[in-house]
Ligand binder design. Structure first.
Ligand code: KG4
Ligand code: ZN
Length: 349
């Protein structure tokens, strides 16, 4: 039973949490979205500076909210990959410093393993194996979760991530940043059947399509062409119908691939993670399809779907329970495939 304090600074949220195995003692998230909104996306240099300015307050609040002394904390963790290098360095350096000062084990955590562990926070009895559909601003992956630290990527995007597609479509329609929540809201009052759009399939050299991989950059281009065509034809753009059709296409294609993958690999549970898990269209499609196929689909509460440190602490606690710790020489990596996650640890058991 490990209690872990974790820091997450891989992108535009400064987050600190304290978690006892799968139970949250405190979770603080300071979002930088208002700062980056004016630039239409995350500016890495500004993200790093904001993390430096915010992290001490977040640490203080997480400790206060949990009402815990350092003596009750068994380990200090931080996201070390993948993500923005400068941003990751802020959290990693703070965590290593705390580990040295308080003489605690240090645990580096893979950001995507954190998203997988977000499901355990709301479903503490869940056990592998299961399939995780990870859909965020940086990732679109179907991951076979076999055990703590043991993962196989079965499907991924060949270009844009699902969240990135939402952000880019929102930008071309001048809807602001981030695109997902605003598109989701406008899509509620639009007609999802208004415009047929491609479903981001990846063609195979021998013909047919890859069953689990996606390519969303073509879908984004199809939306751009549609907007250009409609603008030529009339003055007012049916934005609600365009975004509803776009969302429908993303939700339908992600659902089709996730269900096929779970059935092909004999997995009866699909856990969803990442910011796009908040999408109402995706939730609706997945729930209906899963019910038809007798599969269980788990959506963590929205606050655990987007970036937070509780999911990082939960992953770190599991590694710590198994005697996995990281050397203080561990660095940050902008990319690290999740099947290689065990390279972050030295085992003492
Ligand atoms: O997981 P996350 O907080 O950050 C990482 O990328 O790691 O995900 C952020 C992404 C953004 O691209 C945002 O547009 C998208 O999640 N998002 C949504 C919704 N809420 C957030 N996409 C679709 N529908 C939503 N309701
Ligand atoms: Zn994330």
């Amino acid at each position: 039973m490990s209690t872990v304090l974790a820091i997450e600074t891989s992108c535009d949220e400064t987050a600190v949490a304290i978690v006892k195995n799968r139970q949250i003692c405190s979770s603080v998230v300071a979002s930088q979205i208002p700062v980056h909104r004016q630039y239409g996306g995350v500016v890495p240099e500004i993200a790093s500076r904001q993390h430096v300015e915010t992290i001490n307050n977040c640490l203080e609040k997480a400790l206060q909210d949990a009402q815990l002394e350092w003596a009750s904390i068994d380990g200090i963790a931080a996201t070390c990959a993948p993500g923005l290098v400068g941003a990751l360095l802020v959290g990693l350096t703070a965590a290593k410093t705390l580990a040295i000062v308080h003489r605690k084990p240090f645990v580096g955590v893979h950001h995507l393993e954190g998203h997988i562990y977000a499901t355990y926070l709301s479903e503490p009895s869940l056990q592998p194996p299961f399939l995780c559909l990870l859909v965020s601003g940086g990732h679109t992956s179907l991951i076979y979760v076999k055990d703590c630290g043991v993962y196989e990527t079965l499907g991924e995007t060949r270009d844009d991530a699902a969240g990135e597609a939402f952000d880019k479509v929102a930008r071309l329609l001048n809807l602001g940043y981030p695109g997902g929540p605003v598109i989701d809201q406008l899509a509620q009052v639009g007609n999802p059947q208004a415009y047929p759009l491609p479903e981001g399939n990846v063609g195979l050299p021998g013909g047919g399509y890859h069953p689990y991989d996606s390519s969303f950059s073509g879908l984004k281009t199809a939306v751009l062409r549609l907007v250009q065509k409609l603008q030529q034809e009339s003055q007012s753009l049916p934005v609600n119908d365009i975004v509803a059709s776009f969302q429908e296409s993303v939700a339908r294609s992600l659902t089709r691939r996730a269900i096929a993958c779970a059935l092909d690999y004999g997995l009866d549970t699909i856990a969803i993670g990442g910011g796009v898990a908040a999408n109402s269209g995706l939730r609706k499609h997945l729930q209906i399809a899963a019910e038809q196929r007798n599969l269980r689909v788990l959506f963590p509460p929205l606050k655990f779907c987007t970036d937070n440190a509780a999911m990082i602490a939960c992953a770190a606690a599991d590694h710590l329970n198994r005697g996995h710790t990281s050397p203080l020489t561990l660095g940050v990596q902008s990319r690290l495939p999740i099947p290689e996650v065990m390279q972050l640890y030295q085992t003492s058991q």
